[in-house]
Design a protein around this ligand. Sequence first.
Ligand code: SAM
Length: 273
Amino acid sequence: MKDLPPLREVIARHGLSASKALGQNFLLDGQLLARIARVPGDLDGARVYEVGPGPGGLTRALLDAGASVVAVERDRRCLPALEEINAASDGRLRVIEADALTIDEAAEAGRGAHIVANLPYNVGTALLVRWLGGEAWPPWWSSLTLMFQREVAERIVAKPNSSAYGRLAVLAQWRSEAKLAMKVHRSAFVPPPKVMSAVVHIVPGEQPDGVRAATLEKLTAAAFGQRRKMLRRSLQALPDALTALDTLGIDSERRAETLSVVEFVAIAREIDA
Ligand code: SAM
C-alpha cells in the first residue's frame, strides 16, 4: 500500500473528534493494529468484512496484510479519510455507509469473508449473537476477530464452574472454537475507555447432529436465567428438559454453571429427539 499520513493528522484534518454516542474509541498504534490484523491468520488475498472502520487504522493494517476489505461505517465524517485509504490501496477497500445492525452483510461481504471489528460494545455483542445464532451452519463468514470489553471477552471463552460461564459461552462454543487472542490495555485507545479490552477469535466448527440452535438457546436461557438455582427448579417450565436430565443421568440438583457445553448439547438433543 502507498504511504499514508499518520492517523492523528488524518483525524485532525477531517475533524474526526471521537463521538461518544457512536462509541468511538480509536486505535492509532500501528504495531498493535498489525498484531490484531494477524489474529485471523494469513490474510494475503483474503476478503475481510470490517465493521466500524472509523478513521481506518485497523483498515490500513488489514490492507497491509494483503486483504481486500468491505467496510461498513455509520459515521459519514469518516468517509473522506477512508476514501484516501482506498486510493492508496489500488481500490482494495469498499466502504458502505450504513448501520451494521441492519445491512445485508452476507450479500455485501460475500461467503467466506473474515469478519474483523473494533466496535462499540453494545453493537459488538448484538452482532456476535447474530453471527453465532440461527439454524444455518456453517455460517457465511470464515472467522470472527472482535474487540470486546475484557469482561465480555472472558464470558465468551469461559469454562464451566466459573462465574463468567453462561449463555454467551455456550453459544460461542457449542459449534465454534473461541479463544482470547490478545488483551488490549485501555490506554491504547483514543480516548481511553473506562475498562480494559480484549480481542476474541472465533472459528466455526462442526454442528453436533440432531440439535437445533433454537432449542439450545431456550434451554440455556432458562438454566442461566436462574443460575443459582438447581436445574430441577430453573428448568421447571421445560418438562422435556427435566425428562432429558433423567434419561441422561444428569443430577437435577446440579446448577447450570456446572454443566459442560457437551452436556447442554446432549440435553438439547434429547429434547429435539
Ligand atoms: N475501527 C476503528 C479503530 O479501531 O480505531 C474505530 C473503532 S470505534 C470503537 C467504533 C466505530 O464503529 C466508530 O467508527 C463508529 O462510528 C462505528 N459504528 C458504531 N456503531 C456502528 C454501527 N451500528 N454500524 C456501523 N458502524 C458503527
